[in-house]
Design a protein around this ligand. Structure first.
Ligand SMILES: *Cc1c(COP(=O)(O)O)cnc(C)c1O
Length: 400
């Protein structure tokens, strides 16, 4: 460890909820109609309005607000027809709730390798699709890195795979101008505190498919009150769903929706602010010997709410020493190579409930991956300082 400057900011402190959202939440509390279907005469309700506005933002025909991002994923799988025992393809490099959503419907996650650019390996996807007979790909845009979505969508069409996108880290992102979440049957988003909009917990699904969205609405626990939605398919689209789908309650309430609606308008502005921070950190780390930055393709309009880089070939002891040295200087670096799952960071071989899968490429990439959150409470100067500290400690350990 080299000593020197120490960063004193918090990697987990988000911005406060906007005043307009607080006022909207208080209004809901005052009238007491928190349940989405509890409406005064002529009232649309915050949940239905949020769905309508999020559908407009993403260009989707339909939108459904639910209780969490994980719930959105499981609901999409069920609505897509996934049944117990089915194989579902997904990224080996993702967060635990993604294979967890697959497990929650009794299906089997089949993990696909990650590339050195931190996206799904489309060649391995084709191989695993053939070997597993899976009919669904749950594509997780982990840490906001979008694969070549044109190629991925074409491959899914060729392989007969239904595509469901996990956009927990790509709300507000796009590929070649198409919003993330709009390339397949469903796009799923999280509005949990650490994502791009904050309602504590929450999730959203979008789709253009009337029958699939009708199934999702009934699954989410609409009772038979689906005509009270605004961004749902017309009542005739529910003719089968209302009989065929179980009610697996996971609705969003009007209070959370009220907190989210004012945040929608600020999403583009927050993306700009995140990306300014991301680019500052990237510039500060450029040229660090041994550190490989992740290229961002021109077609990818990303949201830089977190930052990743690779130290290819670093042994585990040196990676652990880097994490400790950065932590001692106030910089929270996450590492996906640790033996034990920690905090939000766990790896495919930590998921012991799932049959062990051989993923040598993913193991190699994750062994050298560092990951930092970039909350908007950081200033650009904070990003400069974080870069100096990481650069310093990488340099000190590289020469050991
Ligand atoms: C957070 C997250 C989810 C699930 O969101 P929750 O709202 O916490 O259920 C899904 N996928 C990824 C990649 C996530 O980071």
């Amino acid at each position: 460890m080299t000593g020197g400057e120490v960063f004193t900011g918090s990697f987990t402190q988000q911005e406060p909820i906007p005043e307009e959202a607080i006022a909207a939440a208080v209004a809901v509390l005052r009238h007491g109609r928190l349940h989405r279907y509890n409406l005064a005469p002529g009232e649309a309700g915050e949940a239905a309005l949020l769905e309508e506005e999020f559908a407009a933002l993403t260009g989707a025909r339909y939108c459904l607000a639910v209780a969490s991002g994980g719930y959105a994923l499981a609901c999409a799988l069920r609505a897509a027809g996934v049944a117990p025992g089915d194989a579902v393809l997904t990224n080996a490099f993702t967060l635990a709730p993604v294979p967890g959503a697959i497990a929650s419907v009794g299906a089997r996650p089949v993990l696909v390798e990650v590339t050195g650019d931190l996206v799904i390996d489309l060649d391995d996807l084709a191989a695993k699709a053939a070997a597993s007979a899976a009919q669904v790909l749950m594509l997780s845009h982990m840490r906001g890195h979008l694969c070549d979505m044109d190629r991925c969508a074409a491959l899914c069409r060729d392989l007969g795979l239904i595509l469901i996108e996990d956009c927990a880290h790509t709300m507000g992102a796009a590929w070649n101008g198409t919003p993330s979440g709009r390339h397949g049957l469903f796009g799923c988003y999280s509005t949990q505190t650490y994502k791009h909009m904050n309602s504590g917990e929450g999730g959203l699904l979008v789709s253009d498919d009337a029958a699939a969205m009708a199934r999702a609405v009934v699954l989410s626990g609409s009772y038979m009150l689906y005509p009270r939605h605004r961004a749902a398919p017309p009542p005739e689209a529910f003719e089968d769903a209302r009989w065929d789908m179980p009610n697996i309650s996971g609705r969003m309430d009007n209070l959370r929706a009220a907190i989210l609606r004012p945040q929608l308008a600020g999403l583009a502005d927050r993306r700009e602010r995140w990306n300014a921070r991301y680019r500052r950190l990237e510039a500060g780390l450029a040229g660090t010997p041994g550190l490989r930055l992740i290229p961002r393709p021109a077609a990818e309009d990303f949201v830089g709410s977190s930052f990743q880089a690779l130290l290819p070939g670093w042994p585990p002891a040196r990676m652990a020493a880097l994490v400790a040295a950065c932590a001692a200087r106030g910089v929270e670096v996450k590492w996906f190579g640790a033996a034990e799952p920690q905090g939000f960071t766990s790896r495919h071989d930590h998921w012991r409930w799932l049959p062990r899968q051989d993923l040598p490429q993913t193991d190699r990439v994750l062994a050298g991956l560092i990951d930092l959150r970039l909350p908007l409470t950081f200033t650009l100067e904070d990003c400069d300082q974080i870069a100096r500290i990481v650069r310093d400690e990488v340099g000190a350990l590289a020469s050991e």
